[in-house]
Design a protein around this ligand. Sequence first.
Ligand SMILES: [Zn+2]
Length: 317
Amino acid sequence: MISVFESFFEIQKEIHELLFSWIPFSVGDILYIFFGIFLSYFIIKCFKKKSRNESLLKILIFLNIFYFTYQIFWGMLYFQKPIISKLPDTKITLEKRKNLAIKYLEKCKQTRLLVKEDENGVFVISELKIIQKEILHQQTWLPNFISAKKGNKISSFKPSMFKNVMSFTGILGYYNPFSAEAQYNSDLPSSYLPFTLAHESSHQLGFAREQEANFVGYLIGVNSSNNELRYSTEYFTLKSLLNSIVYEDEKFVEDMIKNYSDGMKRDRNFEKDFNFKHQGLLNDFFGFTNNVFLKSNQQEGSVTYSYFIDLLVHYEK
Ligand SMILES: [Zn+2]
């Protein structure tokens, strides 16, 4: 049954890409703005007794169509067979995660030497279009036992119109199921950007679950000959590993960060500044007290590592 939706997704995606990918701005964002205006208009009309019933009916019809379309374009993909069932079985130990963290720190250090810096010595990407092309190229080289999906032939990455809101909420990118476009926050530090694109392109490929999109993004970036994409991917992997270790062995994580190369330390500070600047304002406005580092790692129960780490350790076996 799910395979019917997977095939349908391929067709839907191809049609949407043909329709929207050539347009330089995000059609999906325009659509969302239009939805917002439509809903607000009829919600306001609900306050007037005369038009209440009719407006309420219109809102209900709209929400039904919206939800139904979302489900058949995207929601059903959450029922796909999880990637973890395609990987060899192994136990996730702290030891294994530490070894991987050491491995990825070395990789990061090496790759960091090969990328460009701005006048402050912070990693900066030279040409986003080249990275986007490379991501589509790498999609066609994914291991067949993990993804038999057809790679996207057409690039449909769009800078988001809501980038300011995104910076403040910590959202790096999102996939729009109604237009098959991958939106990203163009204000992001360069260290985030290439991996964010790889992640969103994994959604375009048809991986719905967040952590599976991270894992497919990892597969796209980790073997790339594009240094900028590879560095961003290795750095994301390292951060995820350290996030998974910090509750069990804080000292280890501190030592690892001390061992970052000078370039990596500058990138880390730049990311921290970016997050702090936006988080600070958010705190002022709404009184939120959240710690990005902890928040992104919240897990239920005693398991402190994410499904991405789970996939990574299994894959690295
Ligand atoms: Zn995502």
